[in-house]
Design a protein around this ligand. Sequence first.
Ligand code: HEM
Ligand code: NAG
Ligand code: NAG
Length: 339
Amino acid sequence: MASVTHSMVTFFVLICFIGIVSSSSVIPSATTFVASNVPTPYSELSTTFYATKCPQALLTIKAYITAAVWKDRRMGASLLRLHFHDCFVQGCDASVLLKDTPTFQGEQHAFPNNNSLRGYEIIDNVKAKLEEVCPNVVSCADILAVAARDSVVALGGLPWLVRLGRRDSTTANFNAANSDLPSPFLDLNGLIDGFKKKGFSADEMVALSGAHTIGKSKCAIFRKRIYNESNIDPYYAKTLQQYVPCPKSGGDLNLAPFDITTPTSFDNAYYKNLLKKKGLLHSDQQLYSGGSTDKKVLAYANNPLLFSLDFANAMVHMGNLSPLTGKQGQIRKYCGRVN
Ligand code: HEM
Ligand SMILES: *[C@@H]1O[C@H](CO)[C@@H](O)[C@H](O)[C@H]1NC(C)=O
Ligand SMILES: *[C@@H]1O[C@H](CO)[C@@H](O)[C@H](O)[C@H]1NC(C)=O
């Protein structure tokens, strides 16, 4: 009986939530962005962009992404990250998907991406299917944006409406990928600045970082934190040292989950972990280290619904970063190369 009651409550909360997201919350704050700090003509993006051009597009993407995440839960994390790394480098234009050629240096081997980004083949498979059902219509940049949302949902997160109509770049920017993607060794001010340069507030940065409630990171990236930092739970540090294992030298590629409690659930556990000094990366723990973002971390740790709403809004904002629209760019036939 108790469990029926509980799931009914969950159900009603969810329905209310979806009402909030689709009717008010996402749209008003998107409007705020126009007035403030997003210079791009994002209003050219629309949630119904493919409704007549390719009615099967959204369900096709969802089917492929959901299947991929069931097969490998980490894939959901990898696909979410792919959209982030696309948008922060010359906008959400699928530049991250362009493969290097002998005469072209793309973004895939830039430092934050090299041997780190995953999921390219999932996007290629979705694209191949979409080229069968509606050739030359659905952009790779839009596939990334929808795949990020569907990944979050497949891992138990709440949905948001994805604005569509992005087109694909014919260029990529190796240097911008090195400079514009945030480093895990940044302090709080560096993180705030890096996101501010892209038009995000510190609060949005904190909300977006909640993506680290899923996925994994390599020993080489958190070694310094688990051996040399003091604002870390000592048992947590020991566990990572011994069981990943992440030794003082060697084991660079060994992986640890960002969230040691619910590693494949899109929930607010990331923030709860920060309160216990169990952030995996230096940059993660910076959000709760006595600075200006402590309050927000506390709020998200105590209120999963607030986190989900703010995350959804911030993802919509991220998806609006400098899209190519109208006649700009192209619809790539293969996401890995220009037409
Ligand atoms: C706040 C600044 C951020 C920094 C410094 C950062 C850094 C990193 C690093 C170093 C990794 C692990 C890479 C590896 O070990 O190969 C990682 C993984 C990940 N990041 Fe971030 N990130 C940040 C923000 C974000 C944002 C905004 C998102 C998405 C909205 C995101 C989503 C992810 C996900 C899902 C993973 C796991 C990927 C996987 O398991 O394949 N990150 N991030
Ligand atoms: C990317 O990683 C490979 C393999 O570890 C390495 O050989 C290559 O130099 C790296 N590329 C860049 C641009 O750092
Ligand atoms: C930790 O700090 C010490 C002293 O600064 C340094 O010698 C050592 O290499 C550092 N260890 C790691 C794993 O970063």
